[in-house]
Design a binder for this molecule. Structure first.
Ligand code: KIV
Ligand code: ZN
Length: 525
């Protein structure tokens, strides 16, 4: 069974750029946020939560620019329950064709204790802030943070107040990922049954994944009457993340026979968005992640391969093309020409201008010289590498040599171009990566601390490329870097240098702490 326009519509509210970006280390640059927002808009996301405007100048600028550029999606900004936050949010989203103000407060006993408000005081605050938001914008979403641990009578009371004050969407977040599917459904059903005016608003679900139930809880809420799902690409988000957009959307599509709801999402855009978010956030997608994991459509065992060859439905419940994966992963080699490379990259979601194609072609040839067969994943890694480096970067890796042995410290010799001038040095370390990183630190002294260093092989075989992700932190500023190369040490140094370049850019643009969330969003006051 396929989705039909007669089926009830479930709105998809994407919060990758707000709740996703809030996840420690997932900070994105201004340009990256704009690019992701435009991809979400094209994919058919109904509402994009573009950021938390009062949190920083950077957040404000990103939300305003996304609002100005938006085509079809409603653009939403987050604000706590106070006039200053709400005004700032409106200033940012008002440029959108379809703006929305999202205001929230923690309603559970634990959360009420933070601003130290009595139940009555909080109810009054909700009335005032939602009224204020509604006077600015006719599309207002109100969220009861930690709704699932809020007393039912009190939750009904404050939801009713928010509706009366003009909220058009009521969001019921499982902030700590604590609920389970039956309870998730029961709470939404109870609110729809008990709260006067409930039929005039859209109920929304916002589930965190601490117990691995975010997708199931979101779908259960929809079955009980929620008509908006809040989610993020790749399930990015604080702690264990949020419900994953690709999971809720594909579950509604593939199991439309038992969940007859439609969304407006063009699912063929899922894979490219997943790759983009993974690259810019520096959060790799786990191999066995539902829908977008590298292994999600692989059939390794003999029985499975045999079955799939006879009839693909034996072990496959959805076709890879549905999420934008090309069906055949045909290898390219050193004899493949420019036109073939262009066609393959287009199929993988990368449309290149002629001069960009020339650069990529040179790198592709170099890779094909080192590696017999270049697979789709190799090309994606190469493109990610291309996207993260620029000839304008302050630091550029020119030459690297390492000497490894079973005993004694390892040695590295590195030549780095700093602002166009080449400098060389050698250093030792505990292993070749450590030695090479020591060279970088000596050539370009800095206080940034390494928070994450992660290596993964792109394909099988000893000639496989390694992708390396690095996250560094300096005075509250976080920067991520990534690179790919058939040589793991080269990829590591390039990823480290890439992160440093992004940190340098960030230092130029902001005062310390300005580009991190300096406002504590848990503080509802
Ligand atoms: O998890 C949560 O409660 C939130 C709210 C701000 C909606 O992200
Ligand atoms: Zn959340």
């Amino acid at each position: 069974m396929t989705e039909t326009s007669a089926q009830p519509r479930v709105l998809i509210f994407d919060t990758t750029l707000r709740d996703g970006e809030q996840s420690p280390g997932a900070t994105m640059t201004h340009e990256e946020k704009l690019e992701i927002a435009s991809m979400l808009d094209e994919m058919g996301v109904d509402i994009i939560e573009a950021g938390f405007p009062i949190a920083s100048e950077g957040d404000f600028a990103a939300v305003s620019e996304i609002a100005k550029r938006s085509k079809n999606s409603t653009i939403c900004g987050l604000s706590r329950a106070n006039f200053k936050d709400i005004d700032r949010c409106w200033e940012a989203v008002k440029h959108a064709a379809r703006p929305r103000i999202h205001t929230f407060i923690g309603t559970s006993p634990l959360h009420r204790a933070i601003p130290n408000l009595t139940m009555d005081e909080m109810a009054d605050r909700i009335h005032q802030t939602v009224t204020h938001a509604r006077n600015l914008c006719d599309n207002v979403q109100w969220s009861a943070m930690d709704a699932y641990r809020t007393e039912h009578d009190y939750l009904c009371r404050v939801v009713e107040i928010a509706i009366k004050a003009g909220a058009t969407t009521i969001n019921i977040p499982d902030t700590v990922g604590y609920t389970a599917p039956r309870e998730s459904a029961d709470l939404i059903r109870m609110l729809i049954e008990r709260v006067p005016g409930a039929d005039e608003v859209i109920f929304s679900t916002h589930c965190h994944n601490d117990l691995g139930m975010a997708t199931a809880n979101s779908l259960a809420a929809v079955e009980a009457g929620a008509r908006q799902i809040e989610c993020t690409i790749n399930g990015l988000g604080e702690r264990a993340g949020n419900a994953a957009l690709e999971e809720v959307v594909m579950a509604l599509k593939v199991r439309n026979d038992i969940m007859p709801f439609q969304t407006g999402i063009d699912t063929t855009k899922i894979m490219n968005l997943s790759r983009k978010v993974s690259t810019v956030s520096g959060f790799p997608v786990q191999f066995n992640k539902a829908i977008v994991g590298k292994n999600a459509f692989l059939h390794e065992s003999g029985i499975h391969q045999d079955g799939v060859l006879k009839n693909v439905e034996t072990f496959e419940i959805m076709r890879p093309e549905t999420i934008g994966l090309s069906a055949a992963n045909i290898a390219m080699g050193k004899h493949s020409g420019r036109a073939a490379l262009r066609a393959k990259l287009k199929e993988l979601g990368f449309e290149l201008a002629d001069n960009q194609l020339n650069d990529v072609f040179v790198r592709f040839k170099a890779l094909a010289d080192r590696k017999k067969e270049v697979y789709d994943d190799d090309l994606i890694a190469l493109m990610k590498d291309q996207e993260t480096t620029s000839t304008h970067d302050t630091l550029q890796v020119k030459r690297l040599r390492v000497i490894c042995g079973t005993d004694g410290p390892q040695e590295a010799e590195l030549t780095l171009s700093i602002d166009g001038v080449e400098h060389s040095i050698d250093a030792t370390g505990d292993g070749p990566v450590d030695a090479a990183f020591n060279c970088v630190k000596m050539l370009y002294p800095h206080k940034a601390r390494l928070q994450l260093y992660q290596v993964a092989a792109v394909t099988e075989g000893t000639d496989a490329q390694a992708t390396v992700s690095v996250r560094i932190e300096e005075e509250g500023r976080i920067a991520t870097g990534a690179s790919a190369d058939t040589d793991t040490i080269v990829a590591s140094v390039k990823a480290y240098v890439n992160a440093l370049n992004r940190l340098i850019e960030r230092r130029k643009k902001t005062a310390p702490g300005d580009d991190v969330k300096s406002v504590n969003y848990r503080d509802a006051g």
